[in-house]
Design a protein around this ligand. Structure first.
Ligand code: SF4
Ligand code: SF4
Length: 364
């Protein structure tokens, strides 16, 4: 069989598998947005987090989350599910580690995504004791860029000190840095990667800045089309170079066409929101991927269990995409591989021009 027919066959098989997944929707990632509160006030924050405590009263009690974890374990093999605790900043909430430890006892792989500011020796020891399996820390470039974006001078020093602590005792299964690429740091990615290698970081996930939340009010941070292309080219070249001191990858943030797909991350673009990815929000509402607009919620665990919602709702994520993306994607020959490029792209604030990421990086 020729290489080209193999490729066509594997693509057909992939598309069939994806259609099958919409039918069976096996939960693979369960996110819990534990809080909207945060200890930082970043310029580029894509979350709806708030530094003040006004949302605290609406945070669900951990007993509700534990109940859902037990219930989900009746339907799925928990060892195949990542239970990811996010925020806001999850470590501002003291009781999340108790939930993590509880999930580990049930077999889930649990992890956190953190800004890294609160990773003291004592906190790391607690996470280790609670069998934390995955940890993602945000670091947004070199010192000057990180501090400017994080709106706090000295924050880079604190986070890098804490990353070194983690690198000194690798009790977890997976660790990566998430770097939000924006107008300030896009020209310094090479130096940044060298800094990460020096710290012993095994993986960095670059995420193009997202025009949700406060980023849309700081226009100079939003990547121009040529800067987005520059980012993809940097990642593709790094991956092709054979330099395996660190895994450099793009987060799952859209479809970029034949020139870049398979060059910028392990697999082809795939948005599993509402198919393999579900989220319990801070106030108990349920939706697909946590990056998606809050317009697309499906119910609340205060009224129905997560599994009831997962098994009976989520139509807009599974069968309704063509309609949701119709105005942009109707007739596009890449639809079967792209499907609109990612659910998070819907409903961006102040988005100029197209939401189609592929269109943005096409060579002209
Ligand atoms: S038009 Fe839609 S389906 Fe086509 S590449 Fe762009 S986002 Fe994807
Ligand atoms: S919504 Fe976006 S960030 Fe979430 S899984 Fe889909 S492509 Fe990825």
């Amino acid at each position: 069989m020729s290489q080209s027919s193999l490729t066509v066959d594997s693509l057909i098989s992939l598309i069939e598998q994806r259609e099958q997944l919409k039918e069976t929707h096996p939960l693979k990632y369960l996110f819990w947005e534990s809080t909207l509160r945060c200890n930082l006030d970043c310029l580029h924050c894509g979350s709806d987090c708030m530094k003040d405590n006004s949302s605290k009263a609406k945070e669900i009690d951990i007993s509700l989350v534990k109940k859902e974890l037990v219930d989900i374990a009746k339907y799925y093999d928990t060892t195949q599910i990542t239970f990811a605790i996010i925020g806001g900043e999850p470590l501002v909430r003291e009781d999340i580690i108790e939930v993590g430890a509880f999930s580990a006892e049930l077999g889930y792989n649990w992890g956190i995504t953190t800004n890294g500011m609160l990773l003291t020796h004592a906190k790391i020891a607690q996470l280790k004791e609670a069998n934390l399996k995955t940890i993602s820390v945000s670091l947004d470039g070199l010192e000057a860029h990180h501090d400017e974006l994080r709106n706090l001078k000295g924050s880079h020093k604190i986070v890098t000190k804490n990353i070194r602590r983690l690198m000194a005792d690798r009790f977890f299964l997976a660790f990566d840095i998430i770097c939000c690429v924006n107008g300030l740091n896009v020209n310094h990615l090479g130096e940044f990667v060298e800094e990460l290698i020096e710290m012993g970081v095994p993986r960095v996930r670059f995420t193009p800045i997202f025009s949700h939340g406060r980023a849309s009010e700081n226009g100079h941070l939003i990547l121009k089309d040529e800067q987005l292309r520059q980012l993809l080219t940097f990642i593709a070249k790094y991956r092709a170079s054979g330099d395996n001191r660190i895994d450099v990858t793009l987060s799952e943030e859209g479809y970029y066409g034949a020139e870049f797909e398979c060059q910028i991350r392990e697999d082809l673009h795939y948005c599993g929101s509402g198919v393999q990815i579900g989220t319990i929000l801070y106030d108990g509402k349920v939706m697909g991927c946590p990056s998606v607009s809050r317009k697309y919620t499906e119910g609340n665990i205060k009224d129905s269990s997560f599994m009831e919602l997962w098994n009976s709702k989520f139509y807009q994520y599974r069968g309704g995409k063509e309609k949701l993306f119709e105005s942009q994607c109707k007739g596009c020959e890449d639809w079967v591989l792209c499907e609109g490029g990612g659910f998070h792209l819907l409903d961006q604030k102040n988005c100029e021009g197209t939401l189609c990421q592929y269109e943005k990086v096409l060579k002209r």
